[in-house]
Design a binder for this molecule. Structure first.
Ligand code: TXA
Ligand code: MG
Length: 325
């Protein structure tokens, strides 16, 4: 495996993609595990490296808003979203163009596309072509927000890791399905649903966004899998979070730690964050570092139910074995 620093030439990474090998690269959300989207053998390697279920499709990363040859039709809503949010953490699910390889789509007639807001990702795509990439973690573990996380999870399965330092957002893109009558949010992400609605008006929200156990249907294939979990147990404080209850539980569980939005009154085992953005930026990295310290139990609380807090709650409800409060 070659690790390229941010100042290195990307030529070895572009060559590796063209040869059909896997390249991990930074985006503004999380690191991606990339294969040339037009090379079905390379795309198959992505599934094998991650241990990803074969019915869970990948996002195709493009370098600009020209989707001809990738999707069949760009709806008016899709056009408005592209205009407002690309490059950026918004993924669109649209009907796949007939000629575009179906390996990335896991047998569906749709394709997910996004244009990442990261200079290294864009340089790679411009050099090699559209890149199919899921998050560069083993299936089920937290998404990688630093190059070290990719190396720890995927090691020799990756030919080249492009190290761009920590990701700006630390949470994945927001996914909007624009194939239906009304746009449908399949996964909340770094762009709040409120911001999507401010751009195109009211959208539908898939039931799995707020209830991880909601029955999934064919439109949201990724939502049925357990995601984002550390090895530690996670207990989620719903609602505003009760600091008195937190203190009691910390006393009862002397090896537990807490990640908390809002003031923590200086408890040594509580890390507090000023807002959802700050916790979102750090969450997956903390899951990994607390696992490395063999912390058995993590309390998370103070997460608001709207804006980016809704994204955090979506991830936390999937990770949590218990809700408190
Ligand atoms: O921020 C992100 O989106 C990151 C970076 C690397 O771009 N990528 C990412 O990919 O989070 P992944 O594979 O971990 O999550 C992609 C999600 C999955 O839940 C998958 O089911 C869904 O997108 N998806 C992909 N193609 C789809 C399609 N055609 N229809 C419905 N959902 C789709
Ligand atoms: Mg993922």
């Amino acid at each position: 495996m070659i690790i390229l620093g941010a100042d290195a030439s990307l030529a070895p990474a572009i060559d590796a993609l063209r040869r059909g090998e896997l390249v991990a690269f930074p985006t503004e959300t999380v690191y991606g595990l990339g294969a040339l989207a037009t090379d079905p053998d390379a795309v198959a390697k992505v599934y094998a490296a991650k241990g990803r279920p074969s019915d869970n499709p990948l996002i195709v990363h493009v370098a600009d808003g020209d989707l001809s040859g990738v999707v069949e039709h760009v709806s008016e809503a899709a056009r408005a979203l592209i205009q407002a949010f690309w490059p950026g953490p918004l993924t669109l699910v649209a009907r796949r163009a007939p000629g575009f390889p179906d390996a990335v789509s896991a047998g569906r007639d749709t394709v997910a596309v996004r244009c990442p807001d990261h200079p290294l990702a864009l340089e790679l795509i411009r050099g090699a072509g559209p890149i199919a990439a899921p998050s560069a973690n083993r299936s089920g573990s937290p998404s990688p927000t630093r190059a070290e996380h990719v190396v720890a999870d995927l090691g020799e399965a990756v030919a080249v890791v492009v190290d761009g330092g920590p990701c700006a957002h630390g949470l994945e893109s927001t996914i909007v399905d624009v194939t239906g009558e009304r746009p449908l949010v399949l996964r909340p992400g770094a762009i709040p649903i409120e911001a999507v609605e401010a751009c195109i008006g009211p959208v539908e929200v898939h039931p799995s966004v707020d209830a991880p156990d909601a029955a999934t249907d064919a439109r949201a294939p990724g939502m049925r899998y357990r995601h984002y979990s550390p090895s530690a147990e996670v207990w989620l404080f719903e609602g505003p979070g009760d600091p008195g209850l937190l203190r009691t539980l910390l006393r009862r569980h002397p090896r537990a730690r807490a990640l908390w939005i809002g003031a923590s009154e200086g408890h040594a085992r509580v890390e507090s964050f000023p807002d959802a953005e700050a916790l979102g930026h750090a969450l997956y990295a903390r899951f990994r570092s607390l696992d490395a310290e063999r912390v058995p139990l993590i309390f998370v609380g103070g997460v608001p139910a709207e804006q980016l807090g809704r994204t955090l709650l979506n991830r936390l409800r999937k990770a949590a074995s218990r809700t408190v409060g």
